[in-house]
Design a protein around this ligand. Structure first.
Ligand code: ADP
Length: 382
């Protein structure tokens, strides 16, 4: 099952996109709807609310008087927390239940306005943010939904900012104008779900491209997801995409620090379930004494190539990955030299898509670089 988080500011068009995804076959779980369900007449949630806030939050027919509850619950921070303490666990349980009821091969879209505010991004395989600028949103809320202008303004102001939402967006859908075409997005979700279910990863022979300014933010999102799946262990963005200004293959490399290889093997399943299936055991090209073995995982998302290297914290290859990156970040002349070598070789080997030959041909430069990295490391330590 693929878990997709869908969010956006009020009036951005989130429900509109959710509807399109459902038409394609997604199982949509609507957080707002569940929030109402847990306070329906006859629920223990509603009974708790009445106990905490009094009979006068009910209408004559026994349903919840939302305005009356809002007046009381948003009066003080303490009251707000009391209400959240009643509703949040129940909404969470109901969400879990709905997810577990979805078929094994489902693409589950969790439509959740407060994804950012609740810091939920890392629990999804992918986060989609629907965007419309606030003036457009305000206009839609007032004209299409008949909301009071002041009320709409207040609601927009109380939510997360566009910048906060951008930071968690794996996919950014601009819905300021025409409703965007989601065909390509849907194909990506279908491919992602299939890879996830079959333990496959995205493949192909990527070319070396110019440095992309979006890589660091993208890497932060993915590193967080990996770390959460790996029980909070240390994850670093390494490799060429982690060096500002360096041309690179558009594959993000991450290093997950493990205590030992048994731990790496225990993490195999949780990482696969989080979207990073196992590839195999490897030994890195040794650049000195020590342990150069690792476990390799890769990303299942066809829209984002990822390599994930599990190395023992403190081992020679763990150290090398960090030092090599830091040296290239520090020494821009070396970085540019490396870029030239990579571009030449990638052109030479592009035709046959031979990643192995490309790696081999890089070796003479890498061997010389190893000595320079050592000198750099020595300088750092003294
Ligand atoms: P949200 O769920 O994010 O609050 P909705 O999907 O309900 O937003 O959209 C808010 C209003 O704007 C609705 O009336 C919807 O029909 C309308 N709307 C959504 N997308 C567009 C668009 N691209 N152009 C014009 N109106 C839109």
């Amino acid at each position: 099952m693929l878990r997709v988080g869908l969010t956006g500011g009020i009036g951005s068009g989130k429900s509109t996109i959710a509807r399109l995804l459902a038409e394609n076959g997604a199982v949509v779980i609507d957080a707002d709807k569940l929030a109402r369900e847990v306070l329906e007449p006859g629920t223990d949630g509603l009974a708790e609310v009445v106990k905490a806030f009094g009979e006068d939050v009910l209408n004559a027919d026994g349903t919840l008087d939302r305005a009356a509850l809002a007046a009381k619950a948003f009066a003080t921070e303490e009251a707000r927390q009391t209400l959240n303490g009643i509703t949040h666990p129940r909404i969470g349980a109901l969400t879990g239940q709905r997810m577990s009821e979805a078929p094994e091969d489902a693409i589950v879209v969790h439509d959740i306005p407060l994804l950012v505010e609740r810091d939920m991004a890392a629990v999804y395989h992918l986060v989609i943010v629907v965007f419309a600028d606030s003036a457009t949103r305000l206009e839609r809320l007032v004209t299409s939904r008949g909301m009071d202008r002041r009320d709409a303004e207040n609601r927009i102001a109380a939510q997360a900012t566009d910048e906060q939402r951008r930071a968690v967006a794996d996919v950014w859908l601009d819905n300021s104008g025409e409703v965007p075409d989601i065909t390509a997005l849907w194909d990506r979700l279908v491919g992602f779900e299939k890879n996830l279910r079959t333990g496959s990863y995205a493949s192909g022979s990527p070319l070396v491209v110019p440095y992309d300014e979006r890589w660091p933010a993208e890497a932060r999102r993915i590193a967080r997801r990996i770390s959460v799946a790996a029980g909070g262990r240390r994850v670093e963005h390494i490799g060429s995409t982690a060096v500002p200004g360096l041309a690179a293959k558009d594959v993000l490399d991450f290093q997950l620090a493990v205590e030992d290889m048994e731990t790496a093997d225990e993490l195999r399943e949780p990482l696969a379930q989080a979207g990073f299936p196992y590839v195999g055991p490897y030994v890195d090209t040794p650049r000195g004494e020590g342990d150069w073995s690792k476990r390799l995982h890769a990303g299942a998302d066809p829209g984002r190539r990822v390599n994930l290297h599990l190395r023992v914290e403190g081992a020679a290859n763990w150290r090398w990955a960090i030092d090599f990156r830091d040296w290239l970040r520090h020494d821009t002349a070396a970085r540019d030299e490396y870029a030239k070598v990579k571009l030449e070789l990638s052109r030479r080997f592009a035709a046959d898509g031979n990643g192995f030959a490309y790696g081999e041909a890089k070796e003479p430069w890498m061997e010389a670089a190893a000595r320079r990295v050592q000198a750099y490391r020595g300088g750092q330590e003294s």
